[in-house]
Design a protein around this ligand. Structure first.
Ligand SMILES: *[C@@H]1O[C@H](CO)[C@@H](O)[C@H](O)[C@H]1NC(C)=O
Ligand SMILES: *[C@@H]1O[C@H](CO)[C@@H](O)[C@H](O)[C@H]1NC(C)=O
Ligand SMILES: *[C@@H]1O[C@H](CO)[C@@H](O)[C@H](O)[C@H]1NC(C)=O
Ligand SMILES: *[C@@H]1O[C@H](CO)[C@@H](O)[C@H](O)[C@H]1NC(C)=O
Length: 369
């Protein structure tokens, strides 16, 4: 059994380098590598096609052209012209592309799986019935653990879960109240209480993943949502951002950072990475050309002011839409989702950003530990 595993591992990871590496060292390196996995939870920033398999509205899916046109050459369900953040993270971690959980093929789950669902939130009320909310994503994760326990020995499952990295992005949809149908919940709360509820539900899920054996977590703050094309289109105001929205984004981000510090003290072995997507977004917005972009505040694909109307692909009542020639010059592909180029930039900061944007760990160091 051991030698069989070793052989597989050797083929997958060690290749022609074997001669150069002392034997014991190789075995250890290979067995560790064997247990690297990436589990992904969240919304459209991370969805790689789960929503292709649920009944939902057109704007919660990206399985039609021109989504995907610049990398996959077909609309895979990713909300971008190409790859999304988890695709890049998997590449940097030398893992294969991580598949959507709902993909009907036979999956091994040994390298992880992606549970994210476009339009979802931490609250079950957010687009209820149209998305896979975070709690349901957690229950899918528990089914995967059951499956792993049937395939692997107990110690191996434990090691896999402890070595794996859990990448989570959730929140924006909870705050788009009037757009996403949970405006009743928003209206009944002060902004502070509402933020506490969102973070509380996120924290519950993190604690349960930890309880199941997860140790290494990656998070993003909310980005500068007040400056996104769809928000500028829908919320009154002038200038590059809408301050009403920015205010709640800042509340959320402060509460998230505080909560994660608390969890680090409370939960045994809990390690995390938090990437400040808000500061990173503003930095790029203030000097797009420094990062190779020509345009920050207008989307590549859509219609209306800032191309902020969700009409990319022509599935809405508005059949006409504009599509830019070179998505690489844009930060936003559609009304609220980054282009592949922007996703790559964000992923690089998640992977090996320094403490100005990502801390206390980055994902590279979490994978290495
Ligand atoms: C989706 O809707 C179709 C038609 O209304 C129905 O036949 C199908 O069972 C539904 N699928 C799911 C997963 O609910
Ligand atoms: C989670 O959200 C629900 C509403 O969906 C709320 O009633 C509950 O208090 C929240 N939990 C926490 C821990 O905040
Ligand atoms: C937004 O501006 C429009 C036009 O100036 C105005 O009719 C509308 O009442 C404003 N809405 C809000 C919520 O302030
Ligand atoms: C951190 O990274 C940023 C952006 O890559 C860079 O400008 C900055 O100098 C770095 N800071 C340190 C302390 O290395």
């Amino acid at each position: 059994m051991e030698s069989y595993k070793f052989y597989i591992c050797f083929l997958l990871f060690c290749g022609s380098n074997i001669i150069l590496i002392p034997n014991g060292c190789l075995a250890e390196m290979c067995l560790q590598k064997l247990h690297d996995a990436l589990f992904v939870f969240g919304d459209s920033l991370f969805d790689v096609g789960n929503n292709n398999y649920i009944n939902t509205s057109y704007d919660n899916q990206a399985n039609y052209a021109p989504y995907g046109e610049n990398f996959f050459k077909y609309p895979s369900g990713r909300f971008s012209d190409g790859r999304v953040i988890p695709d890049f993270i998997a590449e940097y971690a030398k893992l294969p592309l991580i598949q959507p959980y709902l993909f009907p093929g036979n999956q091994g789950y040994i390298k992880g799986v992606n549970f994210a669902s476009g339009g979802s939130g931490a609250l079950v009320e957010t687009q209820q019935g149209l998305v896979i909310d975070l709690k349901t994503q957690l229950s899918h994760f528990k089914r995967v653990i059951k499956f792993l326990r049937q395939k692997l020995e107990d110690e191996e499952t434990k090691s896999l879960l402890a070595r794996a990295v859990y990448l989570i992005n959730i929140g924006p949809n909870d705050y788009f109240g009037t757009l996403t149908g949970n405006s009743n919940v928003i209206a009944s709360k002060s902004p502070e209480n509402f933020v506490d509820m969102v973070i509380g539900n996120l924290t519950d899920v993190v604690k349960e993943i930890h309880n199941q054996g997860g140790r290494k977590f990656g998070f993003l703050t909310l980005g500068p949502l007040g400056c996104a094309p769809v928000v500028k289109l829908l919320v009154n105001g002038s200038g590059p951002c809408r301050e009403q929205v920015t205010a709640i984004v800042k509340l959320h981000n402060t509460a998230l950072a505080f909560e994660l510090q608390k969890l680090e003290k409370q939960l045994k072995g809990f390690k995390y990475s938090l990437t400040n997507l808000y500061d990173l977004g503003l930095e790029v917005m203030n000097d797009p050309s420094k990062y190779g972009f020509r345009e920050w505040g207008v989307a590549c694909c859509g219609s209306g002011p800032y191309r902020g109307y969700p009409s990319c692909g022509g599935k809405s009542i508005m059949k006409d839409y504009e599509l830019c020639e070179n998505a690489n010059e844009y930060f936003f592909f559609d009304y609220g989702h980054p282009t592949e180029r922007a996703n790559e930039l964000i992923a690089q900061f998640i992977w090996n950003g320094n403490h100005t944007i990502t801390g206390p760990h980055n994902l590279k160091s979490l994978f290495q530990q």
